[in-house]
Design a protein around this ligand. Structure first.
Ligand code: PMP
Length: 369
């Protein structure tokens, strides 16, 4: 069969071909059960085994410590923007660091539930750099500090998470890791809670991952819906309500794929991280070496996952996208709020996809430069 095109969508996004193939093979009959996964009770033996394997594999891949719970929820990243303050703020103070579109949204939503203070912002810099942690104006008694560890639209990534303790803050750090979860390890010693939608690096939309330190459970505001109360969800092993079963199944297949992944003499998460480093280096080098394209993010915080770039002559944008599509390079259009182009190069996008994009960048420049 024809090779599939390379898909640079920011999410929902490309998935490993092996995973899609396995899901197709098992669509009508999961492992001799006579049922497809979508048709199974979430309380049945078959689905419970899928769920337990998925949670265990995620814990292993991300090296989640024993005092953290892994919750499979619904509501996406935007849902968590409300669910986090409902559970953690106790109606009190929340500090937020603004580094791009998604942390701005989180900050605004949290204002509906808590006293929110912007501890630092890169808005004056048009979200193209990270305010150094030493400059953050953190408050005593904040219930948590929110950051978006990878800004999907602006292409800004924390390559090291802030150490709030070292900054004199006792507050837990909350990270929105939607768009780089499983692309690199997480330093859990610096994190109280991490959340992310699955539809970028993990699987289908509909599943939201929450990894939360146990001492943060059980403090939800009375107005918090039961289905969004972390303690209730944790006590019910994510089965208080019907979880997004099919999304969990696909996520589980992706976790298995990641565990077996090998690259450059490494395996598992270390291997995918190395390939992500190599892919990003290749693409940024291609952009930086040209006068025709530009990426505007400061070098120390460029995202390994989402690479926004601009043609210096924006009149060529449509021709660029049409030519890309003709070569099997799909969904390169930038987010409407910032324009230009964006290549999302998540875990499942192979190195060959980035190589093909770099070749296209050169060829398009040669024809139009
Ligand atoms: N946070 C980040 C970092 C995101 O990239 C996105 C989606 N692009 C969201 C939150 C919102 O996620 P959802 O649409 O699942 O609510």
């Amino acid at each position: 069969s024809q090779p599939r095109p390379f898909n640079f969508s920011a999410g929902p996004a490309t998935l490993p071909e092996e995973v899609l193939q396995q899901a197709a093979d098992e669509m009508l009959d999961w492992q001799g059960s006579g049922m497809g996964v979508m048709e199974m009770s979430h309380r049945g033996r078959e689905f419970i085994s899928i769920y337990e394997q998925a949670v265990g594999d995620l814990r292993e891949l991300l090296q989640v410590p024993a005092n953290f719970r892994i919750l499979f929820m619904q509501g996406g990243g935007l849902g968590e923007n409300a669910i986090v303050p409902l559970n953690l703020s106790r109606g009190g103070k929340v500090d937020a660091v603004i580094t791009g579109s998604w942390s701005t949204k989180s900050t605004n939503e949290a204002k509906r539930y808590a006293d929110v203070h912007v501890a630092a912002s890169n808005l004056a810099d048009r979200h193209r750099s990270l305010p150094p942690a030493s400059s953050w104006q953190l408050r005593d008694g904040a219930s948590y500090v929110h950051v978006c560890s990878n800004e999907t639209i602006d292409g800004v990534e924390f390559h090291e998470l802030p150490d709030l303790k070292a900054l004199g803050s006792a507050a837990p750090l909350v990270i929105d890791f939607s768009s780089h979860v499983l692309s690199r390890p997480v330093d859990w010693s610096r994190v109280g809670l991490a959340f992310g939608g699955a539809q970028k690096n993990i699987g289908p939309a509909g599943l939201t991952i929450v990894v939360v330190r146990e001492d943060l459970l059980g403090h939800a505001l009375p107005s918090c819906p039961s289905a969004f109360d972390y303690k209730i969800v944790a006590d019910a092993d994510s089965m208080f309500n019907t979880p997004p079963t099919y999304s969990i199944y696909i996520a589980g297949l992706v976790f298995q794929w990641l565990k077996k992944f090998e690259y450059a003499g490494k395996s598992g998460l270390a291997a995918i991280e190395q390939r992500n480093i190599d892919k990003a280096a290749l693409l940024y080098a291609a952009l930086d070496s040209s006068q025709f394209y530009e990426n505007r993010v400061a070098a120390n915080c460029r995202s390994r996952m989402n690479v926004p770039f601009y043609l210096r002559d924006e009149r060529l944008n449509d021709a660029f996208l049409t030519g890309a599509k003709a070569r099997g390079l799909l969904q390169l259009k930038g987010h409407k709020s910032v324009g230009g182009m964006r290549a999302s190069i998540y875990n499942a996008l192979p190195l060959e996809g980035v190589q093909a994009l770099c070749t296209y960048l050169k060829d398009f420049e040669a024809q139009n430069g």
